[in-house]
Structure formats: structure tokens, C-alpha cells
Design a protein around this ligand. Sequence first.
Ligand code: MCN
Ligand code: MOS
Length: 758
Amino acid sequence: MATAFTPTRAGSPLGRPTDRIDGPRKVGGHADYAAEHFPPGVVHAVLVQSTVGNGRVARVDHASVESMPGVLAVISHRNAPKIATPKVFPMGAAASSFVPFQDDRVRYNGQHVALVVADTLEHATAAGRALAVEYAPEPAVSGIADPKAEPKPAADFGGQAPDAEWGDPDAALADAPVRLDLRYTTPREYNAPIEPHATVAQWGEDGSLTVWEPSQWVEGARQVFSEWFGLPLEKIRVISPFIGGGFGCKACPQPHAAAAVLAAKMVGRPVKLAVTRPQMFTSHGGRAATRQTLSIGADRDGKLQAIVQESVNETSLDDAFVEPGGSVTALMYGVPNLRTTHKLVRCNVVTPGWMRAPGEAVSSFALECAMDELAHELGLDPIELRLRNWTDTDPHGGKPWSTRRLREAYEAGVRAIGWERRSTTPRSVREGRKLVGIGMAAGTYPVMRTPSEALVRVTADGEVQVESGGTDIGTGLYTICAQTAAEVLGVDAADVRVRLGDTELARAPLAGGSQLSGDLLPVIHGAAERVRDELLQIAARELQANDLAVEGGRVIVPGDPSRAVGFADLVRRSGKNAIEVLHDNLPPDANSEEDRRLTFNGVSKLDFDPSPNYAMHSWQASFVEVHVDEDFGTVRVKRIVSAVDCGRLYNPKTAESQIQGGVIMGLGMALLEAAEVDPTSARITNNNLAEYMLPVHADVPDIEVISVGEPDYEANPLGGKCVGELGITGIAAAIANAVFNATGKRVRDLPITLEKLI
Ligand code: MCN
Ligand code: MOS
């Protein structure tokens, strides 16, 4: 796949395309994932989930399986001890407040209703299948499309909605010479990481708890376990060195993890609970189904006059989860009058959760399709329409952008896709039986920042080590941590040893909100500088020279190759075992232990901190070419160009891969992904990877990623902006717009499946 990334500076490890240092371990089978831990005496737990969508558990017949081979315990609301409701995440942000086995209420189909623990997985599975559960069912509200579902303002549920309003949108809309009233829907989608959830829980004799669990945030997980079970933080260790993807669903422990820990306590043995693939569809949320209505008014030149948007999403009985459909609408264009509102419908569904770019993914779909519709209505080029509504400040808060190289992204995309080939008349280009279309859309994701700690060490063997609790969920964090220390200490990134994902290590924020690299790298950089200064001081005495530099694991006197001393010697001279620095970037006035705990384990005012002076975002322009079979209605994406402004890229190779991953998820969103819900039982019927359609290699075309960013030192002392979630924003709209260009059909309900085109 083509790329146009260049390193920032010759010879600098940071900014250079670098292979993943964890790659060999992963492909060689030596990376240990949570479910691959077998503490001595470990036993197996299997979840039993409800088969009705609403009602009560009338009877769980524990005795029906207790005498089956190997069964150690059956746990349900009949015998489960109390587990408290965790508060660490703002309600409905990433976690469900549902705690299993606390009552007989069935809230949704697939809810955990019992757990069977046995000596082997086979015994536990057999008993789980045999467990007799009877229900007193009640009619279920199966989802947003259910006629019984009634939207109410998110605020009525206590939900935090990013509603926005300025100007007089109703009057401006009424006066607008051109007005479109549009309605877009997106279905429930599911995070489908290659590694399903798994928890291995072990209690120590001293009442301590060790949990192996794939996690996007081990310190947050520790806090959730602490709140569930009333344990002090220091009694809990969460270990998560390797994660096979999460895309938001591993942001915090899900209810099954509480069940595993509870079971370990009850049977007095370590317990392993591996969530099965079908259970991945109800053990946690996925992207909420949404319905967005968008009225857009403009003058004949395409200058936007007003946008009024109402965004509705489904949520569960327990939580008020808001999928912020207005998030991109309220910032992308210079519109003088705007209102975005958010409503929720309570349904018998598992609480929705974060899925890559929650809010931005669906918001950019609706807004960027609407812009394409408006351009077509006005006979304007879609890029020209966007440029006519360019804004130099965030129209919401009025702050200037820190950097916004979106024009450059449009230009790069236009060149790369060959935009001049696009016919302005839909359904006018053919290649054999295929209709050919080209479309584009913009996307964006905000830069968020949370303080962090990090430790850098040079050992007596001269090895450079980096330690952080932050987790590499597949992003490349191991590698960029090594690059950062290598940059400062003058060694090869491949020689830096990085340890991640353990609450015994320095505390780090969530690998979520695409913030972790921006949070962590400046702190590693700072720690490495302090280590380097210490090495230089020792070397200055040793070498009796003022002008010193680090190179190849040694301190050298530039220009005098005979005078150099290795890091190992310097550490020995220091009389210490190692030279190490634990560094953080907490503001000086927020440095009490309580501030630290709130920031690193909970959610404080320092989390996701925006800049007081600038609006900071990464930007993307996506360009897509599709071929649509006129007879069968099948859509083939032939090419995608994603031109991105993410500021400076720490590792262009892993960043490119991140953007491509996001783009592929966007392709899935546009054409394939949808939970099929049975309206009577409110059951997800396609709860497996054969029927829940995800893009496979054959669906994915050449994806050309072009970086047009420049370092943004407002966003980050190292100049980088966010990457992880940007790729998915705007892609679904670009594909839908290309499909319109090819066929003349506007499909406003995702996914764009063949029956909607023929
Ligand atoms: N990067 C870079 N230059 C920058 C910023 C980032 O080179 N200026 C690259 C680095 O390789 C970095 C990666 O991009 O490791 C992602 O960095 P960042 O944007 O800071 O995102 P996070 O580290 O916070 O990762 C979380 C983000 C989110 S929120 C989701 S959802 C998501 C994503 O990352 N889930 C993923 N990417 C994923 N990739 C994989 N393989 N699996 C997931 O579950
Ligand atoms: Mo990403 S959905 O913010 O974990």
C-alpha cells in the first residue's frame, strides 16, 4: 500500500517509520494474552445468558447441574454476594453500571443470569448448557426501530449530551433559499476484536486480588475492581501486557469480569472466564443504533445558513448512554445558526459502549452525506461547497484551531484519487456492467490530553528500559515508547526494552479517546532527558570534558573518538543498581496523592483536558472510488485515499496502519456491519463472525494514506495530534457519496446492502 510519509529528521528515531518491536513476539506466539495464563489450580467458569428479552428469572435450578462431573459452583442471583455498582466512569461512558447476579430482573436478551464453575472448560460448558433456567417473560422493546420506543431528551435521563445552540436556527432555516430535510440511520454495531474478552482472577491469602484481563486502562480497571469489591487499590493488580484489540470495549472491565472475580472468591481457586464469540454481542455494548434528522439551510451560493439536527440513540434500562451524533456537526463548518440535540430511547438492550470514534463516526456520516446532498442540489463541487463554509475558528467555542491542514488534505486527496475523473452527473460512468462513482467526505477527531507518569531506566548492563502501565491494544505503543527513549538517549529503538500494561508500573491514562501516545510520549521524553542528564554529569567527571553527547549507548566527546564511556560503566560509577527516573506531567498545583489517584485511577478535571486557548483536532479528507454491479446491487470499493492531518507522526508506519484500520472499520460500517435483532425476543440473531459481517481482505482495496500534517506544538510538546480513531471518521459518508455518484441512489440507512440499491 502506498504512503507518502517521511521521517521528521534524518537519523531521528522518533518520526521514523519503524517496525513494531513487539511484532516477533506476537507472530511467534510468545505474547501472552489474558486467557493464556494458567495460575496453579485454575478452574473454569462459563456464563449462562438469558434467552428472553425482558422479564424475570423465575427459577434457576442449581441442583440440576451441581452433581455433574467436575462442577464446583453454580452462581446466580440466588446465592451471589453483593457487588457494588462502580462509579469510576461517568455514567454510560464506557461501562455498564449493570452488575451481574444482583437481582432476578432480565433487562435484555443475553444478559448474564448464571455462572457455572468446574474443573475443566468442558465440564463447565456442559453444565452451563444443562442448567435449567425458567423465565417469566414480559414484552421487550427490541431497539430504536421498535414502535414502542419513545425518544426523550438525554438530559431527562441524566445523560450528558453535547447539545449545542447558537443564533436563531429555526428562523434562519425558514428563510433559507435552499433547504434539505434529511434522515440518516445507523444500526447497532459491535466491537469485534480478534481477542474476545477473558478474565483470569486470583485471590491471594492476604486478601489481595490479581487479574489478568485485556484492558485499555489497567489503572481504571483497578479502580472498577476496587469499587465492585470494596478493596483498597493497593490490594489489586491488573496485568495486561498484550491485547488483541478492543476498539473501546476494553476501556474498562465489563460485567463478566465481576463474575469471574466473584467466582474465584466463592470457590477459593483462581478462575478463568473466557467470553465466547456469541457472548461478545451481549456481554458488553457496541455502537448504539442511531437515527439522525438533519435540516440544513443554505443560500444559492452554498453558504450555510442553518443546521438543525436531532440525534436519537438507543440505550439500556440501566444506563443513559449518549452516542453524540452532533459532535462533528457543531464544529466542522462556519454556520451562523445551529442547534443539535440528543435524545435517548430506553430499550431492552445491553448498554451501548464506546466503539472507535463514538459520536464522530455516526455524526460525520450524517453531516458529510448531507453536505454532498446539498452540493448536488446546488450543482456545486462538494469540495468547493466545503471551502465556501470554511471556518478558522471552532464555531462552537470560538477558539482558533491549533492547526487545521484540511485544505491541504483536500488538495492531496484530489490529486491522489484523480478527482477530475468524477462525473458531476450521477449514474453516468460505466465500466462494463459496473457503474462507477467517486465520492469524498471530511472527518475529524478531537485531541484530548490526560496527565501521565512514566519510568525510564538505564541498568548496570547498560540497557535502556521504559515502563508504563499504558497498554498497547494493537496501536504500536511499545514501539513508539522505545523510539522516544531511543531519541533522547541516542540508542537504537530495537535495543530499548519496554514493559507495559501492569498496575505495578508507572501510572498511565486510558488508551482511549486517541490520547495515549500524546499523553505518554512527552513524559517518557522528559524522564529520558533526566536520565540522560544524570549520565552526562557522571561522564563529565569521568571524561573531564564539557562538550558531551550520547551515541550508541555511550557518552562521547564529539570529535574525539578515543574518549567515550559506555552507559553500563557510568551506572556502575554511580554506585547505584540503575539510573532511573519516574517522571510525570501533572500540573504543579495538582500533585497531592488524592489528585494523583483521581487522575490516574478515576476521572478528574485533568482528564481529556482541552486547551484553554485553542480548539485542537486531527483532520481527514477521504476519497473513494466504488464500482456497483447494476444487476446485483453489490458495491465494491476500488480505491480509498485518506489524507490526514495528525500533526507530527511519531511512527509513520504504525500511524499509517492505524489510519488503514480505521478506514477498514469505516468500510464495514458503510457496507456490512449490522446487528440483526429479532423484534419479538429482542435477541441478536447474527451473534457470530459468520453472520455479523466484517470486512475481510477481499473487501478491502488499496488504501493510500497521505500525511499532510505539520508538528502541532500546542497540541503536544512533541508535535503530534491524535491518530487512533481519526481513520473511521468520514469514510462511511465518502462511500455513500461515491455510491450516489455511481448509481444516483441515496442510501441514508447503513449499511448499504444490495437490496437498498436494486
Ligand atoms: N501515532 C503516531 N503519531 C501520532 C499519534 C499516534 O505515529 N501523532 C500512532 C502510534 O503508533 C500510536 C497510534 O498511532 O500508538 C495510536 O495513538 P493514539 O492516537 O494516541 O491512540 P491511543 O494510543 O490512545 O489508542 C487508542 C485508539 C482508540 S481510542 C481506539 S478505539 C482504537 C485505536 O486506538 N482501538 C484499536 N486503534 C486501535 N488499533 C488496534 N489495533 N486495536 C484497537 O483496539
Ligand atoms: Mo476508543 S472507542 O476511545 O477506546
